[in-house]
Design a protein around this ligand. Structure first.
Ligand code: 17E
Ligand code: FE2
Length: 446
């Protein structure tokens, strides 16, 4: 055996865990066997034997929505002082003029390294293609090939400044697909008119269908309750058969829709099978900027749509760019922020937030058999120093081991605080609740 992990608690998806500890055997980069763990059995010989001591074994984090082409450009050439989406787009439009291949490759690779170190092994990045040179797209395609051994990268042809409203927008989208984009994007709320927005979605669906690609549109990222492109996207997904291969990202206008319309829309969304991606960092920052008090939260209807059976995932969106100057690419930070932003504070809901950066995000990317802890699938997984998904979100743990195709690609040694409390010897503190553990042990483990 290449590797054996003994005594791990298995995350089976949707924030739930298997009742008994398991032993996972890895051979030739794949999961060869999953057995129930017998603490008394002598360990089989293997290249690497990891004693998990009940740590959480999960399929890797999946980043369903990030912008690697704009990452690490905050303040260049100027800062977004109003904090709006619109000024962010204006700042980026200025920065875009000085893009080079080396510039994009360097910044994107740096963020991918941060992500891999934190257990993110599948990434969907948007890439602005409203640039006649398409230099960022070519650069990201090169990065996609270079990281393939460790990480799996999907590139969305994202028309930041519009398809209908940008000179040659349609041709640039088609050219981006010809040069190897994996997913077709759109930005209907940014187009000059409502009709342009609808036309841009028709164009994007036709392009995706013709090329056999998935579709992921920035959709209704505005606090305007009249921005209703998600209904167009869902109807096109339903009628074209793209269904679950289509995703609407952001959909923040849904946070302002009235109850009667929300009810009608939820029915269409669940029939259509489309995915939604909520980006809590970016949209808590960008939305509500034109409001006095009361000020809207400006996020999509996460709780309600999960209850309606829609697949919803959480994305990071930006890392240090004109729309969000902070961020390290950490998905558990995204999940924790999402818990508060979307009122997912029940114990089952916190566990669902974990699923929204793992298996739910994997469904957005359409990873299928390439993802998940099952015999025959790639041996790509994390060992998190936590006893449940709930615990991982609460204590914001880093993966002890990140394993990609049977190889350990990152390790985070435990780093507890050393506390000297008055009258007591120095003691390590790791925020595990040890006093009266019985009811807490089971919290969120279900
Ligand atoms: N572009 C956009 O239109 N919306 C965003 N949230 C980001 C870029 C980050
Ligand atoms: Fe985005």
């Amino acid at each position: 055996m290449q590797m054996i992990v003994r005594g791990a608690r298995l995350h089976t998806g949707d924030g739930r865990c298997a009742p008994d500890l398991v032993e996972v055997r890895v051979e030739a980069g794949r999961i060869a066997r999953i057995l129930s763990y017998d603490a008394g059995a002598p360990p089989q010989p293997a290249g690497t034997v990891v004693e998990a001591h009940g740590a959480l074994l999960t399929a890797p984090f999946v980043e369903p929505h990030i912008h690697l082409d704009t990452a690490l450009t905050a303040g260049e050439p100027r800062w977004n002082t109003s904090g709006t989406l619109w000024e962010g787009i204006a700042c980026w439009s200025e920065r875009k003029r000085s893009l080079t291949r080396e510039d994009v490759v360097g910044r994107a690779t740096e963020v991918l390294r941060w992500q891999a170190a934190q257990g993110v092994l599948h990434v969907r990045t948007h890439c602005d293609v409203t640039d006649p040179s398409l230099v960022a797209l070519d650069a990201l395609a090169e990065v996609r090939d270079r990281v393939r051994e460790v990480m799996d990268l999907q590139i969305v042809a994202f028309p930041q400044e519009g398809i209908e409203s940008f000179p040659d927008g349609r041709r640039l989208m088609a050219e981006a697909v010809r040069r190897g984009a994996d997913v077709v994007g759109a930005i209907p709320h940014f187009e000059d008119t409502r009709e342009d927005g609808v036309a841009s979605l028709h164009f994007a669906f036709e392009l995706a269908e013709r090329a056999g690609l998935r579709l992921d549109a920035h959709c209704d990222e505005i606090d305007d309750e009249q921005s209703r492109f998600v209904e167009v996207l869902a109807a096109l997904a339903l009628r074209s058969g793209l269904g679950e291969r289509a995703t609407a990202s952001h959909t923040t206008a849904m946070g302002s829709y009235n109850g009667a319309y929300s009810y009608k829309l939820a029915r269409l969304l669940s029939r259509s099978g489309i995915n939604l991606v909520c980006n809590p960092f970016a949209n808590l920052g960008l939305q509500g900027r034109f409001d006095g008090y009361p000020k809207r939260r400006g996020l999509t209807q996460v709780r309600e749509l999960l209850a309606a059976g829609v697949n919803v995932a959480f994305g990071h969106d930006d890392v240090m760019d004109p729309w969000n100057a902070l961020g390290t690419g950490n998905p558990l930070q995204t999940a924790l922020t999402g818990v508060y932003a979307a009122h997912l504070t029940g114990t089952r809901e916190v566990a669902a937030a974990f699923s929204m950066v793992t298996d739910r995000a994997a469904r957005v990317l359409g990873l299928g058999d390439a993802y998940g802890i099952e015999e025959g699938r790639p041996a790509s997984f994390l060992l998190l120093p936590a006893d449940s998904p709930f615990d991982a979100v609460r204590r914001q743990v880093r993966p002890r081991y990140v394993v990609s195709h049977g190889r350990v690609v990152a390790e985070n040694p435990p780093a507890p605080a050393l506390l000297t409390w008055p009258g007591e010897p120095a003691e390590q503190v790791d925020f595990v609740r040890r006093r009266d553990p019985a009811p807490w042990r089971e919290l969120g483990r279900g």
